[in-house]
Design a binder for this molecule. Structure first.
Ligand code: AVJ
Ligand code: FE
Length: 436
């Protein structure tokens, strides 16, 4: 813990805080009118102005009060932005800060954070500060809310507010086989020594798995269309009891945002209607749909451990990597960070393959796994129960790997996301696995 390391880390933190804020502001300005920031586009989502002020309030709680011991700036607003006091559905009825007041508040918080950053110590004896943990936590939190705001943008009606890039000219090299064989054996799941890892990723522990096959690419729109055309939504045997109940109650017969046009499918994406691109990973499917598709395909969803071994285990060195391709973030190896507003086509990001030749484990779409969200053996809540522990149990399914909307700082091979099995507004897709 030499001083130069700490200075370099603080510089990185300051730069990343700025970049995260640019992103948050970009999602709450531009062609969005004031009412659109304040209104709720769906009971599943917060008004965008809630996310914005919540990000600043969380930053005040953790980086000013907890890390720097600074007295509360606006204690009276804490409860408005407490996600547990007010579920998303009721947030538009609260006396929230106006868009201008929210921007002013989060800017004031940020000024004090950058000020105090110079004075705090990333002392390894203080768990909250060690390795800059709490700064990493707040950075990841802002990016997580930015992804949530993108889901809100996708749900909103009206004129497009976000610009997508021109179609990607990324090199395409198709993967030689549709499945990879992962031989039986142990690997280390989770992390004990990743300084910014969340409590639910800890501790690292050995998991021994029987051999299995796992898809080398996520399931594409063309694959999923075959399931639809084959009557997959009407065939009881592909669905679990709960999945069939969902199918009956929801009336859904295709991924969210899809509509049939003649013999083809179109999708609405950020306010524009376009033909569903056959070679992109399917997204906006719920866990029940992913699970039914896998059964139709003669396969199953991977467990969380299977997903992670395929993503991280290096069989030559018998160790687990931080990312599929190695230990450090590599530009151009994954579709992350809102570079595009969509998944890329199959065959891209060959350089992001894991040791087993499995592609796109990081980026493109969050991948549903068959696993419920639980703490690992020896789990210890840190620094607060409401980040993950209160969600443990059978109600939530784990998703892995991040989507095109996830920032590189907010995902890695050990990162665990979770949601209800009925949710489809998130950027969720899947790949299949099967036992030998
Ligand atoms: C990890 C994405 C499930 O959005 O509910 C944001 C992240 N936690 N604020 C969520 C989170 C607190 C969380 N997920
Ligand atoms: Fe939050």
């Amino acid at each position: 813990s030499g001083v130069p390391d700490e200075d370099a880390l603080k510089e990185l933190v300051a730069a990343e805080l700025l970049a995260a804020r640019d992103r948050s502001l970009g999602l709450t300005t531009g062609s969005l009118s004031r009412p659109e920031l304040v209104e709720q586009v769906s009971p599943l989502m917060s008004p965008l102005v809630w996310d914005l002020a919540h990000v600043g309030n969380y930053e005040e709680l953790w980086l000013l009060r907890a890390a720097a011991g600074i007295t509360p700036m606006r204690p009276e607003i804490d409860s408005l932005y407490d996600a547990f006091e007010h579920p998303r559905a009721e947030r538009p009825t609260l006396p929230l800060l106006s868009p201008d007041d929210a921007r002013a508040y989060i800017a004031q918080v940020r000024t004090k954070v950058l000020d105090s950053l110079e004075r705090v110590s990333f002392d390894s004896g203080n768990r909250l500060m060690s390795g800059g943990f709490v700064y990493g936590m707040v950075l990841q939190h802002e990016h997580q809310h930015d992804e949530t705001m993108l889901a809100t943008h996708q749900l909103r009606k009206g004129e497009p507010a976000l610009l997508d890039r021109a179609p990607s000219d990324l090199p395409v090299s198709l993967v030689p086989a549709a499945e990879a064989l992962v031989p039986a054996g142990p690997f280390v799941m989770g992390a004990s020594d990743d300084p910014w890892a969340y409590d639910n990723e800890r501790p690292g522990h050995v998991v021994d798995l029987p051999a299995y096959y796992i898809d080398t690419e996520p399931v594409t729109n063309a694959d999923y269309q075959r399931f639809i055309e084959d009557g997959g939504y009407d065939e009881r045997r592909w669905w679990t009891d709960a999945g069939w109940d969902w199918r009956n109650a929801s009336g859904k017969r295709a991924p969210a945002f899809w509509t049939r046009e003649g013999s083809s499918w179109v999708r609405r994406r950020f306010g524009r209607v376009e033909t569903v691109p056959p070679n992109e990973a399917v997204q906006h499917v719920c866990w029940y749909e992913a699970d039914a598709y896998a059964r139709w395909a003669g396969k199953r969803l991977p467990t969380e451990a299977e997903w992670e071994k395929a993503a991280r285990h290096d069989p030559e060195k018998d160790r687990s990597r931080r990312f599929p391709w190695g230990d450090s973030w590599g530009e151009g190896r994954a579709n992350l960070g809102q570079r595009f507003l969509h998944p890329t086509e199959a065959g891209t990001y060959a350089s992001g393959a894991s040791a087993y030749g499995v592609r796109k484990l990081i980026g493109d779409v969050w991948e549903w796994t068959s696993s419920d969200f639980h703490g690992y053996p020896g789990f210890e809540s840190f620094p607060y129960k409401e980040y993950s522990e209160v969600f443990f149990g059978p109600d939530y399914k784990v998703l892995r790997g991040g989507s095109w909307a996830t920032h590189p700082l907010a995902v890695r091979g050990t990162f665990r996301n979770w949601d209800y099995p009925i949710r489809r507004q998130i950027f969720s897709g899947f790949r299949c696995a099967r036992s030998l």
